[in-house]
Each structure stands twice: as C-alpha cells, then as structure tokens.
Design a protein around this ligand. Structure first.
Ligand code: HEC
Length: 193
C-alpha cells in the first residue's frame, strides 16, 4: 500500500515539474515546441543536420523565380511613376531593391561560358549606387522627367548584368502594361475608402 502511495507521489511530482517547465498555465511556447522536436540525444548529429540543410536548400526559390518578382515590381514602378503616384512608386522601388538582393543571395557568384567567375553582388552594388539611387532621388523629388531618365538608365543596368551572366537574350524593355491586376495605380482613386 505504502509503495503505491510512493509511486503516486512520484507520478504527481513528475507532473508538477513538467507543468512548471511548460510555463504559466501549461501554455506551450514556440521554443517549447522546438525543444520537444529536438532528438533526445545530447550530441548533435551532424549528418542529420547536413541532410536537413540540404533539404531546406532544395526549398529555396530559384534565382529566376526571384527575378520574376523583380520583373513584377519594376514593371509596376514604371506605371506608378507615369501616374505621378509617388508613394506607390517608392513602394515598388523598395520592393525591386530587396528582391534584387534576394536574387543575388540565392546565387552570389555565377560562372560564364569561359569559366570566369561573375560576382553578381558586386554588379548589384554598382546598380544600387548609381541608377537605382537616381531613381530614388527622382521619386523623392517627384520629378517625372528625371524618373523616366533614371528608369531607362536602370533598364540598361539590368541588361548589363544579364549580359555579364551570359544571358543576353534576357533583354528588358519599357513595359507596355502594369503587372498588377488588382492595385489601382491612379493616385486620385477614392474607392475602397
Ligand atoms: C546582379 C545581376 C542582375 C541584375 C542587376 C538584374 N538581373 Fe535579372 N537576372 C539575372 C540573372 C543571373 C538571371 C537569370 C536567373 C536564372 O537563370 O536563374 C536574371 C533573370 C531575369 C529575368 C528572367 C526571369 C524568368 O525566369 O523569367 C527577368 C525578368 C529579370 N532578370 C529582370 C530584371 C530586371 C527588370 C532587372 C533590373 C531592375 C534585373 N533583372 C537586374 C541577374 C541580374
């Protein structure tokens, strides 16, 4: 009988310790869930970690996928500028920049046909420091003429990188229609309120 009570006490103790470890009122936090998913062993299993990293790498979007986002944002930027919708233009310029950076993080160095290394990050830095900077200034100044010139200058720089990466057939142009179908580019639109 006494043994039974002792066993019950141990079970209860385990329950209390468990409840305290889980935090107030037994709420499980994200960190708890992470720890729960961790293997029981203390020694890190490097092979499993490497396999997991490989699996995650396989899930990263391709460079061409991220460039399709650049296509989308940069196309909309043209129409926002043309409509003098400067806050929207600023938004699309910022998105263009961050997606260009993302594209370069996916593949920072490419090899051209001759096997020479093409450092995309260096090319992007040059694009950021001149054409994209001019675009930013034209938007902040709400200057249509400067905007058109800077946009064309940027297109030339987009193409320069495509050529350097052995893809001269990726020739961008002034877009003919917006890429977005749902965002109203007209700055005087009043609906929805
Ligand atoms: C730093 C180099 C670099 C810059 C700058 C750059 N691109 Fe690219 N772009 C690439 C590379 C490399 C590819 C091919 C990616 C691949 O094949 O995986 C590409 C592909 C593309 C594609 C084809 C995507 C597809 O799969 O259909 C488009 C569209 C594109 N870029 C638009 C642009 C635009 C617009 C700009 C300028 C605002 C720009 N790129 C600037 C390197 C660059």
């Amino acid at each position: 009988m006494r043994r039974h009570i002792l066993r019950l006490l141990f079970v209860l103790l385990g329950f209390i310790v468990g409840a305290v470890a889980m935090g107030p009122l037994g709420e499980t936090t994200e960190a708890d869930q992470l720890f729960a998913a961790e293997p029981a062993s203390d020694s890190p299993d490097l092979a499993a970690l490497a396999a997991e990293v490989k699996r995650l790498k396989g899930m990263v979007p391709s460079q061409s996928h991220s460039m399709m986002d650049v296509d989308y944002h940069f196309t909309n930027l043209w129409f926002a500028g043309q409509s003098n919708n400067w806050p929207l233009a600023q938004f699309y310029l910022n998105e263009t920049k961050s997606h260009l950076r993302w594209a370069v993080r996916i593949i920072p160095v490419r090899k051209d046909k001759s096997g020479a290394e093409i450092k995309l990050a260096d090319i992007l830095e040059a694009v950021e420091n001149s054409p994209l900077k001019q675009l930013d200034e034209s938007i902040k100044a709400e200057d249509q003429e400067k905007f058109v010139a800077a946009y064309k200058f940027t297109l030339t720089s987009c193409y320069a990188c495509h050529k350097a990466a052995d893809k001269p057939y990726l020739r961008p142009q002034i877009p003919v229609r917006p890429a977005t179908k749902i965002i109203n580019i007209d700055p005087s639109a009043t609906w929805p309120q």
